[in-house]
Design a protein around this ligand. Structure first.
Ligand code: ATP
Ligand code: MG
Length: 464
């Protein structure tokens, strides 16, 4: 998916936010980013400058709080290598830590202006403006100087600017009379809690030339992207079904085939008496995929070592279904939104044909916010459809529980239900197709459990 942006718009480099803003902010505008301590003001401003550097626009970072070395070190941990651009003369870090009086403040601002001209800066970050306003106090003349610096010099040179400001904890007002300051955009970064989890929210309070409908966004600070804003996917970007994936399960002289378009989203509900991991891997071992598929297996309770151990015990060698990556995530560490962001980011990095998400019920419940979890699951489903990643979601429930309580029945392309059934002595499993879009309804099948996962329990099974 490529987006063409207006030339007059300057991308901030904040993923998600740029999309919401239709590409970025107007060239030459002044954006004030206000936030509580540790909310990500520095990260935001730095990511903005870095985006410019990557696009060949020289940039300046004027800091009142950090030493150059400190800044470079913190940023390199977030994946931003400013030093490379500094060596090329494209980036300047201006340290202004000892500004105690109006004279020093004025001198700093003047040297800022000459540096803008010297390197032909197109982007500027001032972190934080609170520091300089504190020094200037209530002196009207000094404030006018600051005002004229930005309006008459920085803006006129079409330098796009991000100013940061400290927001005292718990307060939603800036103080310092900064509201009168002529800024084109005002973004607030807030840190709150949902249960025991940090929730970061970004509020777009003002943005000239934009009618952003989504004004309160959840974001995370992550190395690489630095600031990642969670945005709902555009349903209109979902492509029509094209390539079909064929799966043929052959067990004990029986076979069961199902064809689904790439990017289908499949719910597999498994009776709580069965272990989803072993049943699924057992079925995958005996299923031929055409074309062959690369699988990402994400579990909310099992470790990669355990999954690999089960695969080995099953004696599984299936060239058409390759478990390329196993990822284990403890859903209690993240808020539901961060869990969803983490998951889809990994999917897009690995780009598997199929992602198996083992334990969506755990993910919904243990992240602590059921309704948010369900909403984010819906969004990830649509993200995967857009990117052609087939999703298999494992939900542990009885059929009755599934039908009566599961809230998202209608968004899946296929729903299967797997339950145990005892016929005389041996245990069998029933696979019921509850729903199948774009395909002839498959029949129900009953398979002996021993033929699927028997090897797991056999003492002769090869130990790896
Ligand atoms: N490498 C990292 N990986 C993940 N998160 C990080 C990383 N580095 C910093 N963070 C997060 O970013 C937050 C600090 O971000 P940043 O310094 O941009 O905030 P700030 O608003 O400028 O803070 P301050 O008020 O101290 O100036 C930390 O609280 C931490 O949670
Ligand atoms: Mg900071």
């Amino acid at each position: 998916m490529t987006t063409t942006y207006d030339d007059k718009l300057v991308p901030l480099g904040i993923e998600g936010l740029d999309d919401i803003l239709g590409g970025g902010v107007r060239r030459g505008s002044i954006i004030l980013v206000a936030g509580s301590p540790g909310s990500g003001k520095t990260s935001f401003a730095a990511r903005f400058i870095y985006e410019g550097l990557a696009r060949g626009e020289p940039g300046i970072y004027l800091s009142f709080n950090e030493y150059r070395e400190e800044f470079l070190e913190n940023m390199s941990q977030l994946g931003l290598d400013f030093e490379a651009y500094e060596k090329q003369g494209k980036f300047m870090f201006l340290e202004a830590l000892n500004i105690n009086d109006e004279e020093a403040a004025t001198a700093t601002l003047e040297s800022l202006l000459s540096t803008i001209d010297a390197i032909g800066a197109k982007r500027l970050a001032v972190d934080t403006i609170t520091s300089i306003l504190r020094v200037l106090g209530s002196d009207q003349r000094a404030r006018e100087l600051l005002h004229s610096l930005f309006i008459h010099h920085v803006k006129r040179r079409e330098v796009t600017t991000v100013l940061t400001a400290e927001l005292p904890v718990g307060s939603s007002r800036l103080g310092y009379g900064i509201e009168e300051f002529v800024v084109d955009g005002l973004i607030m970064l807030k840190t709150g809690f949902s249960g025991d989890k940090i929730i970061r929210t970004m509020e777009i309070l003002k943005m000239r030339g934009h009618g952003a409908t989504l004004a309160r966004l959840t974001y995370a600070i992550v190395p690489g992207k630095v600031i990642a804003v969670r945005t709902p996917p555009k349903i209109s970007n979902i492509p029509a079904p094209s390539e079909v994936l064929r799966f043929k399960l052959s067990v004990a002289n029986m076979s069961y085939s199902v064809s689904l378009p790439r990017g289908s989203q499949i719910l597999v509900s498994i009776h709580p008496a069965l272990d989803p991991l072993t049943i699924l891997l057992g079925l995958a071992c005996n299923t031929e995929a055409d074309p062959p598929v690369k699988v990402l297996y994400r579990s909310f309770s099992r470790s990669p070592d355990e999954v690999r151990w089960v695969l080995r015990r099953l004696g599984c060698s299936n060239p058409s279904v390759e478990v390329a990556r196993i990822s284990s995530v403890n859903p209690t560490i993240y808020s539901a939104t961060k869990l969803a962001m983490h998951s889809i980011e990994e999917d897009l990095r690995v780009m598997p044909d199929v992602v198996v998400v083992d334990g969506i019920k755990q993910a919904f419940w243990l992240s602590g916010e059921m309704d948010v979890g369900i909403r984010e699951h819906f969004n990830n489903i649509q993200h995967r459809r857009i990117h052609g990643i087939t999703g298999v979601y494992v939900y542990s429930a009885t059929l009755r529980e599934l039908v009566n309580t599961y809230p998202l029945y209608d968004i899946y392309d296929a729903i299967f239900y797997i339950a145990p059934r005892r016929i005389n002595d041996p245990l069998y499993i029933d696979i019921k197709t509850l729903k199948l879009r774009y395909s002839a309804p498959s029949r129900h099948v009953t398979l002996p459990v021993s033929s699927i996962i028997g090897a797991l329990y056999s003492n002769d099974a090869a130990e790896g």
